[in-house]
Design a protein around this ligand. Structure first.
Ligand code: FES
Length: 206
């Protein structure tokens, strides 16, 4: 190795090693925070149930009898028992946002939510935004070509709908921050953001 190559580190003093160390710490803190939130979310009324049990879940306005074990996630029930395959099993730790659904009016990751904790709560999935009269959000996604492989799309559609319901006059910056829990591996962010901006401008948020 030549002398110049040996000493060719970044002039700013920001080394690759420091970057990897820093990003690792951030990932660890994020993971810990996420695990704690999931544990708190799931501790509710699962402790007294052993083995499989039949429960009733209210999904998109319909009541369903489903068989679950304490470890069964809401995502498994939606996809394998109710054939509601919109929410996607992209990341079982919920970090992709692809399994975003509503439970009791709040967005949660179905992949990290135990089905038992959803008893007596209203569950809404992306399928509730489709049908004969689709919601404005999926229509805006189509208009702005806001998908490629589509795996992230249902989670983003729910996230956009939930965010705009609470922030109908959001700025572009607020939209970007509001959607930062969802990841698109194909990189269609620009089109997704544009769809959301269009909805704010066009008032299609009701
Ligand atoms: S469209 Fe492929 S992950 Fe978003």
């Amino acid at each position: 190795m030549t002398e110049s190559r040996k000493h060719s580190g970044p002039a700013s003093g920001f080394s690759r090693r420091a970057f990897l160390k820093g990003s690792g710490a951030v990932a660890a803190v994020t993971a810990l925070h996420g695990q704690q939130a999931v544990a708190e979310q799931n501790q509710e009324d699962t402790t007294l149930v052993r083995g499989a049990t039949t429960i009733s879940l209210n999904v998109n306005g319909k009541s369903h009898q489903v068989k679950v074990e304490p470890r069964t996630t809401l995502l498994e029930v939606l996809r394998h028992q109710l054939d509601l395959t919109g929410a996607k099993p992209v990341s079982m730790d919920g970090s992709s946002g692809a399994s975003t659904v509503w439970v009791a009016g709040k967005t949660v990751m179905a992949s990290t939510t135990l089905a038992l904790t959803c008893r007596d709560k209203e569950i809404r999935t992306v399928e509730s935004l489709g049908g004969a009269n689709p919601d404005a959000v999926p229509l805006a996604f189509v208009k702005h070509d806001a998908e490629q492989c589509g795996f992230c799309t249902p989670g983003f559609v729910v996230a956009v709908r939930a965010f705009l319901d609470k922030n109908p006059q959001a700025t572009e910056e607020q939209i970007r921050q509001g959607l930062n829990g969802n990841i698109c591996r194909c990189g269609t962010y620009a089109n997704i953001i544009q769809a959301a901006i269009d909805l704010v401008k066009g008032g299609g948020n009701g």
